[in-house]
Design a protein. Structure first.
Length: 158
């Protein structure tokens, strides 16, 4: 539970749970027939991830983008998948995992070198296409964990 414990010790500790707290909560819910749905709020609303570990989750060319993970970077996606694994292990009875997905200000990313390179590499036309590819990749990953991915989509996508 490397990531779950890490965020417990991040700068803003108030109202956070560590892995032990979550295990206790899961046990409490399980005996009552309640499934807890874990949510990892990515790629937007990710200031906790980006500010705690900018070298792992942030856009290298733009440290001022602190609320969106670099979903164009395969190592960032792999780290998010590690977090998904931890959440699934923590809340095994839920058939669902939620990834947020809403309010990603894609317009902030259009001129970043990472995004421009990814658009070319993936053969797509815009950052919204990259976002869709990321959602698709995470859907496939959630399915491989026998989970259904739920995503809220309210972006500035065309």
């Amino acid at each position: 539970m490397a990531y779950l414990n890490l965020f417990y010790f991040s700068k803003k500790k108030k109202g956070k749970y560590n892995a032990s707290d979550l295990a206790e909560l899961q046990a409490f819910a399980s005996v009552r027939g309640v499934a807890i749905v874990g949510e990892i709020d990515v790629p937007g609303h990710s200031s906790g991830l980006v500010q705690t570990m900018p070298q792992t989750f942030g856009f290298a060319s733009s440290p001022d983008v602190t609320d969106i993970i670099d979903f164009t970077n395969k190592s960032v996606v792999a780290a998010v998948q590690d977090i998904f694994r931890e959440v699934v292990a923590t809340f095994p009875t839920s058939p669902v995992i939620h990834m947020g997905g809403d309010e990603v200000q894609l317009s902030k990313l259009t001129k970043l070198p990472e995004v421009i390179a990814a658009i070319k590499r993936e053969g797509v036309t815009c950052v919204a296409d990259l976002y869709r590819l990321f959602i698709g990749e995470m859907h496939t990953f959630a399915t491989s964990l026998n989970k259904t991915l739920h995503v809220s989509v309210e972006n500035d996508m065309p």
